[in-house]
Structure formats: C-alpha cells, structure tokens
Design a protein around this ligand. Structure first.
Ligand SMILES: Nc1ncnc2c1ncn2[C@@H]1O[C@H](COP(=O)(O)OP(=O)(O)OP(=O)(O)O)[C@@H](O)[C@H]1O
Length: 324
C-alpha cells in the first residue's frame, strides 16, 4: 500500500507526536473470544498502536440529543483519541448516525457538550473526513471516480480554476488517494457504473483528501457482500493504524471490524456504554444497557452473535450503563 507523502501544500498530521495510548483491556480477551487487537490484526502486517500519551480529538460529555422534538439518546459520554479506531454500535434507530452528526455539530445538543479538536463542533470540520450513510450513485451518474475524489479537495471552491502548479499537485494527491484505497483499476470509470464496494472506497478516498485527523464513516459496510465488507474493513483498519487517522465507524455488524477496533460505543435505552470490545460486548454489559436479557455468543471462527438485543429501542431519559 502506498503511504501519504508530504509533497503537497495540504496540511497533514500523520507525524502527530501526541498519538493516543491504547486503552489496555484489563479483562481477559480469551474469556469472551474477542481478540486483543493490540496483538492480533489477522496477520495483516498492520502494526499495533503504541502506548503513549493520548490526545483526545472528540469528547462527548453527558450529552442529550433531541431530533424532531424527541429525545434520541441522553447522558452519553464518549471520547475518541488520536489514532483510535472506534465503532458506534446498536440497533436500528437508536441514534448512531445522530451521534456522528452531533460530533460534527450538525445536530445541536439538548444538553451536555461536544468538543471536536479542541473547540466547539463545526469549527474544525475541515480537519474531519465524513462519509454519510447510504451515499451511493445512480447508474446514470457519469462523473468519474477520480473527479469524485477530487471534490474532496476543492469541491467547496468557486471561481477561477486552480493555477497549473496547484492543479497538478491536486491531481497528484488524487492519484495517491486512489492508490491508497486500491481503486486505480476503476477510478477513471463513471462512478454510477461501479459496484457498492468500489464506490465506497472512492468515497473514503474523497473523505481523506484533506488529510483529516479524524474520519467519521456512517455504515460504510452497509449493503456490501461479505468479501467486500472484509476488504473495506481492512482498508479502514490500515488507514487508521498506518496513516494514523482516528476513525469512528457506525456499524450494524461488529464482526468485520472487530479485530481492528480499539473501542466501541454501544448505544441503547437512552444511554451508552463504551470501552474495549471485550469489556462492552458481553452478555452482562448489554443486558444492563438494554434492561432485558441479551446473550453474546462466540462462534468457533471468532464471530460474535448478539441474541436478544431489542430491535426497536425504548427511549428513556434515565441514565443507564457505565459510560467510559
Ligand atoms: N430529521 C429527522 N427528523 C425527525 N426524526 C429523525 C430525523 N433524523 C433521525 N430521526 C430519528 O432519530 C432517531 C435516530 O436516528 P439515527 O439515524 O441516528 O439512528 P441510527 O441508529 O443511525 O439508525 P439506523 O441503524 O437505522 O441507521 C430515529 O428514531 C430517527 O427516526
């Protein structure tokens, strides 16, 4: 895989000296069947994160979100540190997308606070790459994949075209990104004619265009087949670990990303529990979160199956679960 060189005029922070510490898991991972990601990255060659001082990029503190006049979740605490890979999990409609939007300042909080890269959300959004949910292109869309990636660099720019030197640097950056996500074989084709997995890779490349410190991905594995889920999950794991872009991913199924994750935020019943996968994805923790018996089973190939998780969340205002 290619790395992101530093020969353009676009700021990049991969040499950040304040990389996050890995929140080490006190629980025995073998007890739950959940791999300890620090040592096990499925033989990908991806280095485990080293433990040094953590810089918090996002903090959500005792937050309550109300959308359309209804409380979606309340008393949620969550943090994302530099270089971390964090999953937001929970049943349909529990408010996972709302949490990402709250981090971006797109959904105002009813109470509590969000800080993004040291300030109020919204101000630092140029340093954040965001791929919203279910963004796909109709077959009739003729824009090339390359141009979709380029929009991540200058899509918000109006007026005269970039001068030649800056334009060449921008196209060089686009080519790097296309290589990074493994899309070189099809990026010149109209994006509407590409598969869901191919489109997803190009959208991730677009979100990385400005060398963000934080990547927010809303269900990037949605509607992909299993091999594509595994491939895109591995790509995101590499971006997080090798390129050191902290990543928050909304997912329905934790299994494709399980071995790459540092932490999860599990939403349910008005609140949230966060911690390492081994701490959170357990029968006891999820039973406490949902207030109904939930069983976490581990299959022989290491997949987790959550049984009994309520599909339609009840919305309560009470605090529930030990948010970390
Ligand atoms: N613009 C809106 N107006 C009113 N209600 C909304 C709006 N957007 C979301 N909601 C409601 O807020 C709740 C949380 O939605 P959200 O999309 O955050 O959930 P989610 O966990 O991401 O769901 P899914 O897993 O189905 O994508 C849902 O009940 C949804 O119907």
């Amino acid at each position: 895989m290619s790395t992101l060189p530093h020969d353009t005029d676009i700021p990049y922070h991969s040499e950040d000296p304040h990389r996050a510490a890995i929140p080490r898991d006190d629980a025995d991972p073998s007890a739950t069947g959940i791999p300890d990601h620090g040592e096990d990255l499925r033989g990908t060659g991806i280095p485990p994160r080293s433990a040094d001082s953590a810089e918090v990029l996002v903090s959500v503190v005792d937050a309550t979100a109300a959308v359309g006049g209804r409380t979606v979740w309340s008393h949620v605490d969550a943090t994302v540190s530099a270089g971390e890979f964090v999953a937001v999990l929970g049943p349909n409609g529990v408010g996972k997308s709302t949490l990402l939007k709250a981090m971006l300042g797109l959904v105002p909080l009813a109470s509590g606070a969000v800080r993004l890269l040291g300030g109020p959300p919204g101000r630092a959004n140029r340093a954040v790459g965001y791929v919203p949910q279910r963004r796909s292109f109709d077959a009739s869309v003729r824009v090339r994949g390359l141009d979709v990636v380029r929009l991540g660099l200058d899509g918000d720019r109006w007026g005269l075209p970039l001068p030649g030197k800056r334009s060449r640097a921008a196209w060089r950056r686009v080519r790097e990104l296309v290589e990074l996500v493994g899309a070189a074989g099809y990026a010149h084709r109209p994006i509407g004619q590409l598969s869901g997995g191919e489109q997803q890779r190009l959208l991730i490349a677009q979100a990385l265009a400005r060398r963000p410190r934080l990547l927010l991905l809303d269900e990037p594995l949605d509607s992909l087949d299993l091999p594509n889920q595994a491939a895109v999950a591995a790509l995101i794991g590499r971006i997080c670990r090798v390129e050191r872009v902290a990543t928050v991913i909304v997912a329905h199924d934790v299994n494709p990303i399980l071995s790459y994750l540092d932490r999860v935020v599990y939403l349910g019943r008005g609140g949230a529990v966060s911690g390492t996968p081994a701490q959170v994805i357990t029968s006891d923790t999820l039973t406490g979160l949902y207030g109904t018996p939930v069983e976490v089973l581990s299959t022989s190939d290491g997949r987790l199956v959550v049984v009994g998780q309520p599909e339609a969340p009840a919305h309560h205002g009470d605090r529930h679960g030990g948010a970390a």
